[in-house]
Ligand binder design. Structure first.
Ligand code: DGL
Length: 268
């Protein structure tokens, strides 16, 4: 079991920020990635639809014999994590708990900002996770739908991105947040610009790094760390033609992306 791959899925390229962190933190593990590019974005869709997509993605990854599932999408984690955990035999890790835990560790004044897609913010999943750890925490959440296309367009340092960030984040800063959770797997690409906009006194929490830490800890705890066979190169699957995924995903991953296979989730 321990030599099996870890399955990672997202609506598209965003989860590659999590995959990148997994490769850094647990380099001996083989990884299988699924980007549901035919149906991206999840962030604007209803909860029942995202739930259905998440189950279909999971069933596909189970056909790849994965030992653990990482829901590398905040929207899918917000809507489907509990259900996926209940319905499957393997361990399932989402991106929300790890990010919330880290935010509670770093906040000094108990005022935490959360940014994400409409679906993630509407679900209230971060508020619940944060309040479960510390009931008196003050949470300021904001949906920032324009950040996803800006990150995909490679406009992280464009003036348009900076103005957009000011528009979205000023109300949160006015409420005195000292911590900002990047509650979308696309946002780590905008991290440097966002840090400049919020200033040095606000600590950014990157769910990708925290999720990779949580996966490493879970594998260790369950004696599932691969110590027998060399890690295979990551395998990538998408649900639409791979061209855009390869091009945009390369920037998310920080290296050239090749060998992407198109699959259909219908019937899964
Ligand atoms: N990856 C998604 C998330 O983390 C953002 C993109 C989408 O809306 O599908 O919520």
């Amino acid at each position: 079991m321990s030599e099996r791959a870890i399955g990672v899925f997202d609506s598209g390229v965003g989860g590659l920020t999590v995959l990148r962190e997994l490769r850094i933190q647990i380099p001996d593990e083989s990884l299988v990635y699924l980007g549901d590019t035919a149906r991206v974005p999840y962030g604007t869709k209803s909860s029942p639809t995202v739930l259905r997509y998440a189950h279909e993605a999971t069933r596909f990854l189970l056909t790849q014999q994965v030992k653990l599932l990482v829901v590398a999408c905040n929207t899918a984690s917000a809507v489907a994590l509990a259900d996926l955990t209940k319905c499957n035999q393997i361990a399932v890790v989402g991106v929300i708990e790890p990010g919330a835990r880290r935010a509670l560790e770093v906040t000094r004044n108990g005022r935490i900002g959360v940014v994400g897609t409409e679906g993630t913010i509407r679900s209230g999943a971060y508020e619940r996770a944060l309040r479960a750890g510390r009931p008196d925490v003050v949470v300021q959440a904001a949906a920032c739908p324009l950040f996803v296309p800006l990150a995909e367009e490679g406009w992280a340092h464009h003036e348009v991105a900076r103005l957009t960030a000011h528009e979205y984040l000023t109300p949160l800063l006015d409420r005195g947040i000292d911590t900002l959770v990047l509650g979308c797997t696309h946002y780590p690409l905008l991290k440097q610009m966002l840090q400049e906009v919020v200033g040095p006194d606000v600590q950014l929490v990157d769910s990708a790094q925290e999720t990779a830490k949580a996966v490493a800890a879970l594998l260790k705890e369950h004696h599932l760390l691969n110590q027998t066979t060399p890690a295979q190169p990551p395998r990538y699957f998408v649900t639409d033609i791979p061209d855009r995924f390869e091009r945009v995903g390369g920037a998310f991953l920080g290296e050239k992306l090749q060998g992407v296979t198109t699959v259909s989730l219908e019937g899964n």
